[in-house]
Design a protein around this ligand. Structure first.
Ligand code: AQP
Length: 321
């Protein structure tokens, strides 16, 4: 089974991204990429994109993702090349039904064309590596369905070329909620100074302060109850994810919110401080990071090129032997 996962540099990485994604990027045979091409579907600042791309790749390495499995999407040309072939296999009708396009584009004429064709690039990301099971949740599942449809159509029209991916329900992963509004998830595209978002590279005192100020409720009973007590439940979930504990069980140990928050802050910092130290260590040697990313790029290219070539041949493109 091929493990493949991308993470879009649309804002500075959060605790949610680490607990839900980054720290699970552990398959030494996997492919983990900074999806920088996906960060260009809406108005973007080139300098910030370049900075975030480098920061993401370095954080992936700092989090322990095996060197050689980490790469930057735009370094591996096969993604954009296959995306074009898949655009030639997709229909305007199906792409216009994509919820993200409808929500972010809202029918505005100045919507970037890439927001419309983005699902073809995501299909290319998946199909290039023959990923058979794609664990995604929420609004990404529609895009995996599209990747399936496109793969089936391509195989039927041009000959068996792609593994048709199965949509796998994402394994249970903590959904970290925003500390200021625990009814919504913590998202990296929030403003950089949003008080409810913990960034992986925030200084420890800032992180501790944010946790101590997390929104809770007024009855002062520590209980895991998402509907009635979203703030406390979020803190218990974070504590459980950082300590490998059970959130319901952990609740029984606390009689005050202050005590719980202090332990959450300690647990989060126990996870993030080593990550920050390793990040700082890596950044002292930019050449070594370049080298690791070049390894990842070459391995991804080698793994994906045969399928791109097969697709090109199947579609009748000359000179692609
Ligand atoms: N709050 C979260 N809790 C747990 N996991 C999370 N992930 C994101 N937020 C949380 C996981 O991180 C990865 C990021 O995937 P993505 O870059 O495609 O973006 P996303 O899922 O849309 O994440 P964000 O942080 O909310 O970004 P924006 O704000 O740009 O939309 C995924 O594996 C996701 O499950």
């Amino acid at each position: 089974m091929t493990t493949l996962s991308g993470i879009t540099p649309s804002g500075r990485l959060t605790l949610g991204n680490h607990l839900g994604a980054l720290r699970r990027f552990t398959d030494p045979e996997g492919f983990y990429f900074v999806a920088n091409l996906h960060a260009m579907t809406t108005k973007h600042d080139p300098r910030r994109l370049a900075t975030l791309t480098r920061e993401f790749a370095t954080l992936m390495l700092a989090a322990g993702t095996a060197p050689g499995t980490v790469f930057v999407q735009s370094d591996v040309n096969t993604h954009a090349q296959l995306a074009y072939l898949l655009e030639c296999t997709s229909y305007v009708g199906e792409l216009s039904r994509m919820i993200q396009y409808k929500e972010k584009g809202k029918g505005r004429p100045m919507t970037r064309a890439s927001l419309f064709t983005y699902p073809c690039l995501m299909a290319a990301d998946i199909l290039l590596y023959g990923a058979d099971r794609v664990p995604v949740g929420g609004d990404q599942s529609q895009h995996v369905e599209l990747a399936r449809d496109v793969a089936i159509r391509f195989n039927r029209e041009y000959g068996e070329t792609f593994v048709v991916p199965q949509l796998a329900k994402a394994a249970y992963a903590t959904r970290v909620k925003d500390l200021a509004d625990p009814t919504k998830k913590m998202s990296k595209s929030e403003a950089d100074d949003a008080v409810g978002t913990i960034r992986l590279l925030d200084p420890p005192d800032v992180i501790r302060r944010q946790i101590m100020r997390a929104v809770t409720d007024s009855d002062n009973e520590v209980r895991h109850d998402e509907a009635a007590k979203p703030g406390i439940t979020n803190l218990l979930d974070i504590l459980a994810a950082c300590t490998d504990g059970d959130p319901v069980q952990l609740a029984t140990a606390y009689s005050s919110y202050g005590e719980l928050k202090r332990d959450v802050a300690d647990a989060v910092l126990a996870v993030l401080e080593p990550l920050q130290k390793e990040y700082a260590r890596l950044t002292t040697d930019p050449g070594a990071i370049d080298e690791l990313l070049a390894q990842g790029r070459d391995r991804a290219l080698e793994a994906s090129l045969p399928r791109l070539r097969a697709a090109e041949r199947a579609m009748g493109l000359a000179g692609s032997a």
